[in-house]
Ligand binder design. Sequence first.
Ligand code: CA
Length: 232
Amino acid sequence: MADLVMVIEDEKEIRDLVRYNLERAGFRVAVAADGEEGLERLFASRPDALVLDLMLPGRNGLEVLREVRDEPSTRDLPVLVLTARAAEMDKLLGFERGADDYLTKPFSPRELVARIEALLRRSRPAGEPAVLQVGALRVDTSAREASYRGRALALTPREFDLLAFFARHPGRVLSREELLRKVWGYDYVGETRTVDVHVRRLRSKLGGKDRAIETVTGAGYKLPALAKAGGR
Ligand code: CA
């Protein structure tokens, strides 16, 4: 599936222009006209990149950017900021984790598409293929789709992230603490049960009893390097 780009921009003409050009370049596009709606749609649809106008009614672009960076699931989302004035960049530069790139209005739509393509290339961990295959488990980190024994899995965003993390580390014992830190992205001391709950749900979606994800007593969990292929 094509990468999804979210566009938060209140000026309809610019929004339409950006959308038109991104779609023509093969992207899927979701749009929002203000920061509030944008954040809501962003957390629901989990895009691959964000085009963010700074001057927005209500919550401005800087506030939106701060929320995006504070949330573990979107912390590393590639963000291209649109700004009308170069002076606005000063504020952005004061940010610890700000935008990944920016364009000053007016901009060339073709330039915008090129920048988004570059951001998406950079955002993929070097050398990591988009599709991870471990035995009968297949995880497509680009399309955010997973299947097991050829059957598509309906996963929540967090379940997907957890399964993808297992698929990146086949055969390795992963402690609950490490999973919390790497998948949830923050210290969640004393809440390692959260991991157990999610692993349980993953197992049941993977088909229940054959334990595609193994429990390693006293240590954590493991996805066997050769996840059971079954029936072959
Ligand atoms: Ca604006």
